[in-house]
Design a protein around this ligand. Structure first.
Ligand SMILES: Nc1ncnc2c1ncn2[C@@H]1O[C@H](COP(=O)(O)OP(=O)(O)OP(=O)(O)O)[C@@H](O)[C@H]1O
Length: 262
C-alpha cells in the first residue's frame, strides 16, 4: 500500500526523500531510503555497482515511479507537481545522450528553449565558454568523444540555472585534467549559485573534494551517512577508497544482508 504523508510534516529541506522504495517485480532496488539535501549542500551517493544510486536519481527525476515512500522538492510533492519541480531541476548522466545528428550548439539551444531560457544563444555560448568547450559548438553531437560528450551534458544540466542538480558520475569518462576542471567547476557552482547537488561517483577523490556529506548505499539501503572522514573512521579504513573496497568485498562484519525479495 502506498504511504501517504501529510504536507504539514514535510521538512524544510530543498529536497526531502522519505522511506523511498523501488521494486522491479520481486527485486527491491531501493529499500526505504530517507535523504534530505539543503540549498548549497552537495550530498555524495556512494555504493558499489547495482547499489541503487541511479534508480534513486531516476525516481527524483520522475522517470520511474516509487513503489512506496515520498519525494518532495521545493516544498512540493513530486507525485503531484512533477513539472513545477523539474523546471527548477536538472541532471547530467552518461546514460542519457543528446540527439546525435544535431550540432552541439543546436542541441543546447533546443534544450534552452524547452527550459524557456530568455536568451538561449547567449546562454549556450556562455556555458560552452564556462566549460571550456566553445570549440565543440559546431561539432556533430554523435561524433564527440566520451569526455567531450560528458562536458556537453554538463552544459545542458546548467541551462536553467537549476536549484536542484543531479550529477550521476560526471567525471566517469574524463581524463584527470578535465576531471579536475569539472570538480573545480562544481565547486564554483556551489559557491556562486548554491544549488542542492546530489553527486554519484566511483572516484573517491571526487567525493572527498566536492561533497559536504556522503550517503553510502548498500543493497538499496543506507549503510552509513556522514562526512567522508566520519565514514572512513567508522569503518576503520585509511581512506574512503579502502572503506569502499572493504564494503564491496563484504569485509565489514555483519554487513552481508540479502536484498529483500518480497
Ligand atoms: N528496470 C529495471 N528492471 C529490473 N531491475 C533493475 C531495473 N533498473 C535497475 N535494476 C536493478 O536495480 C539495481 C540497482 O541498479 P542501479 O542502476 O540503481 O545501480 P547503481 O548503484 O546506479 O549502479 P552503478 O554503479 O553500476 O551505476 C541493480 O541490481 C539493477 O540491475
Amino acid at each position: 500500500m502506498r504511504m501517504h504523508r501529510c504536507s504539514s510534516i514535510v521538512s524544510d529541506a530543498l529536497l526531502s526523500i522519505q522511506k523511498i522504495v523501488k521494486k522491479f517485480g520481486d527485486f527491491t532496488a531501493v529499500d526505504g531510503v530517507t535523504l534530505e539535501a539543503n540549498a548549497g549542500e552537495t550530498v555524495g551517493l556512494l555504493g558499489v555497482n547495482g547499489a541503487g544510486k541511479t534508480t534513486l536519481m531516476n525516481m527524483i527525476l520522475g522517470l520511474i515511479t516509487p513503489t512506496d515512500g515520498s519525494i518532495h522538492a521545493f516544498g512540493m510533492d513530486l507525485a503531484k507537481h512533477r513539472i513545477a519541480i523539474l523546471e527548477r531541476t536538472n541532471f547530467c548522466t552518461t546514460y542519457a545522450t543528446l540527439p546525435g545528428n544535431l550540432k552541439v550548439h543546436h542541441n543546447l539551444e533546443i534544450f534552452a528553449r524547452l527550459y524557456q531560457v530568455k536568451h538561449p544563444k547567449q546562454k549556450v555560448a556562455d556555458l560552452l565558454d564556462l566549460l571550456e568547450i566553445s570549440r565543440l559548438a559546431d561539432k556533430i553531437t554523435g561524433q564527440l568523444s566520451a569526455g567531450e560528450s560528458t562536458r556537453v551534458n554538463l552544459a545542458k544540466a546548467l541551462l536553467n540555472d537549476p536549484e536542484l542538480l543531479l550529477l550521476d558520475e560526471p567525471t566517469a569518462s574524463l581524463d584527470p585534467d578535465i576531471a579536475d576542471k569539472v570538480r573545480k567547476l562544481v565547486r564554483r557552482i556551489q559557491r556562486e549559485r548554491h544549488p542542492a547537488i546530489l553527486y554519484t561517483s566511483h572516484n573517491m577523490r571526487d567525493i572527498e573534494e566536492v561533497c559536504d556529506r556522503v550517503l553510502f548505499l548498500h543493497e538499496g539501503s543506507i549503510l552509513a551517512e556522514g562526512t567522508a572522514d566520519q565514514i572512513t573512521e567508522q569503518f576503520q579504513g585509511k581512506d574512503l577508497d579502502e572503506v569502499f573496497i572493504k564494503i564491496a568485498r563484504d569485509e565489514v562484519p555483519g554487513l552481508a544482508k540479502p536484498r529483500s525479495d518480497t
